[in-house]
Design a protein around this ligand. Sequence first.
Ligand code: PRT
Ligand code: ZN
Length: 224
Amino acid sequence: MQNNRLRIAMQKSGRLSKETEALLKRCGLKLNFRDNRLISPVENLPIDILRVRDDDIPGLVMDGVVDLGFIGENVLEEERLEREAMEQPTEFTTLRRMDFGGCRLSLAVPEEFDYNGPQDLQQSRIATSYPNLLRRYLSERGVEFSSCMLKGSVEVAPRAGLADSICDLVSTGATLEANGLKEVEVIFKSKATLIQGPRPLSDEQQALVNKLLVRTNGVIQAKE
Ligand code: PRT
Ligand code: ZN
């Protein structure tokens, strides 16, 4: 499926999709996300938008299936580490950090846990959807642990007896509090970001990317 249209991947539905769509609209793209279509052509520019699960976006970009992608840095860095370990392509460039999707990946323990530092997690079990980011953080600190991989409901794992602590995304902290947990270490700070893959662009496509970036800068600065 090689043609001259620029391909951009974005999250289909979730915490990044509304703001990504709003940004693209403010950049002057005429979007028409009717029905459940995977690919939506932009009406006024040679761009196709692919709407997918956010987890698929780093791989689509790094494999050169799409040219650009909007993705949370947490998902991007986790996938990069995973692919590095699997010896799969990991090449991409960051074009622009966004002003939305802000959150942090943090370690949290039960409120009654007398936590004094990462060493207190030695030989414990930690529930997370981000095993690679967690392993990098704790191995740099000499902490050995076992992970309990959960794609959802991470915050209930300690109470359910599945793990001693968790490593999960936090924004307001309300979820942790509601589950009797306290945040003890921030291991990664994240925002949404726009990345480009390794596939070479035509001159027209490159000009389009440049135009998109100039407009994105304008939109973000106008809000500051
Ligand atoms: O279906 P798909 O796979 O595309 O979506 P998803 O369910 O995997 O992701 P989604 O839409 O929940 O999140 C997409 C991205 O938004 C994340 O990868 C982050 O980059 C960013 N983001 C920003 C967040 C949050 N803030 C956030 N608070 N992602 C998740 N949360 C969750 C967190 O996991 C926890 O359950 O919200 C809860 C905590 O929120 P607070 O406010 O109670 O602290
Ligand atoms: Zn996801």
